[in-house]
Ligand binder design. Structure first.
Ligand code: PLP
Length: 380
């Protein structure tokens, strides 16, 4: 049996998305910047997509910038905030995706006026809101960007977006949330949230890779970090990825059409897996806050030590189960997960991230539990 439980790394494309993309590949090749009919028709497709995307999050079409994915969108936020909005202080967290934390560190190293503060986490790995408030208060004379992800891609902990947004408003800080793991898994209303930036990546919700978008609140003006063309209303140079844009829009349509059904199904799988692990694997525990406010697609499990600690990922692979030892971006390096390290996890025990999608079944979870039971029984 082959079981794919690495959906936080990426998801397979939906059939409906593929079907939406094929006719565009066959027929719509004009450069959207060209003034002739070929160009005008692709331009029309892009603008229709932008309108649809904006509608799903209650934004204006002019607030949506298509990007080459989540990493680029996150980079744009941090770099533009410093370059164009006069930000001199960034508050973020050591458990952010590398696209945010590495960019924040690099910017701080290269800009003498810029300072960086990191929020504290509570015992379960969630952002300590009091610590955020203290940092805002202590730096209230500076123009601050707060960049905190909506749900952590490794442990699933969720940030109370509205509460943080309100706090940022009180201190006149710009607020960005990396919503790469939650866009199309929850509803968003940017007017209600009163947020400045959101970032999105289509391959996390059954769309194509290499396409995403940045929501930029209309009150904020940004300039391009990549120059060389006037595309995307002069903020993101480069010929638009029309195939990706159509795929992203279709994936979003499908996700929001079937949202409740998929939320219930995936949450059911996660709850079932927690119960089965607790019932069958002595010494198992969970990283993060899986029974609290937690992203329903992610479950980070800490296994007891055994002879096969080093071989655990490999053994899952042999049994046909795709999982991740950290985030996809950090697997392959030996440093271990920066998220687990920074929330004080016992790094001597092996931790595995299981991440689910609407395509997974209860039978796949049963198979996975049986494999885990066998793996730990063999070495017990
Ligand atoms: N932000 C988060 C929270 C992610 O999980 C990821 C992908 O793993 C990214 C950003 C980067 O997105 P992309 O793969 O589209 O560059």
């Amino acid at each position: 049996m082959k079981v794919y439980l690495d959906n936080a790394a990426t998801t397979p494309m939906d059939k409906e998305v593929i079907e939406a993309i094929i006719p565009v590949m066959e027929n719509d090749f004009g450069n959207p910047s060209s003034v002739h009919s070929f160009g005008r028709s692709t331009r029309a497709i892009i603008e229709k997509s932008r309108k649809q995307v904006a509608k799903y999050i209650n934004a204006a079409p002019s607030e949506i910038v298509f990007t080459g994915g989540g990493t680029e969108a996150d980079n744009m936020v941090l770099r533009c905030a410093v370059q164009d909005s006069g930000v001199t202080h960034i508050i973020t967290s050591a458990t952010e995706h590398h696209a945010v934390i590495d960019t924040a560190e690099l910017l701080t190293e290269s800009c003498a006026e810029l300072t960086l503060s990191l929020v504290r986490h509570n015992k379960k790995g969630s952002v300590d809101i009091d610590s955020l408030k203290q940092l805002l208060e202590a730096n209230k004379d500076k123009k601050t960007l707060v960049s905190l992800m909506h749900a952590n891609n490794e442990i699933g902990n969720i940030l109370p977006l509205k509460e943080v947004s309100k706090l940022c408003k009180e201190y006149n800080a710009i607020f960005h949330s990396d919503t790469v793991q939650t866009m199309c898994h929850y509803e968003f209303d940017v007017r209600e949230l009163e947020i400045d930036f959101l970032t999105c990546s289509a391959h996390k919700f059954h769309g194509p890779k290499g396409i995403g978008f940045l929501f930029v609140n209309q009150d904020i003006q940004i300039k391009p970090i990549m120059t060389g063309g006037g595309q995307e209303r002069n903020v993101r140079a480069g010929t638009e990825n029309i195939i990706g844009i159509v795929g992203l829009t279709k994936a979003m349509e499908v996700a929001y059409r079937d949202l409740k059904e998929h939320q219930d199904h995936v949450q059911g799988l996660k709850t079932y897996m927690i119960e089965q692990l607790e019932a069958n694997i002595p010494g198992v525990s969970f990283n993060g806050n899986p029974k609290g406010d937690s992203l329903y697609t992610v479950l980070n499990v800490q296994f007891p030590n055994s002879e096969m600690d080093e071989m655990l990922l490999y053994n899952f692979d042999i049994e046909g189960i795709a999982i991740s030892g950290g985030s996809a971006c950090s697997s392959g390096s030996n440093t271990g997960s920066h998220v687990l390290r920074n929330i004080g996890t016992d790094m001597t025990k092996p931790s595995i991230r299981f991440s689910f999608s609407k395509n997974n079944t209860k039978a796949e979870i049963d198979y996975t539990i049986n494999v885990i039971k066998d793996l730990f029984a063999v070495t017990a």
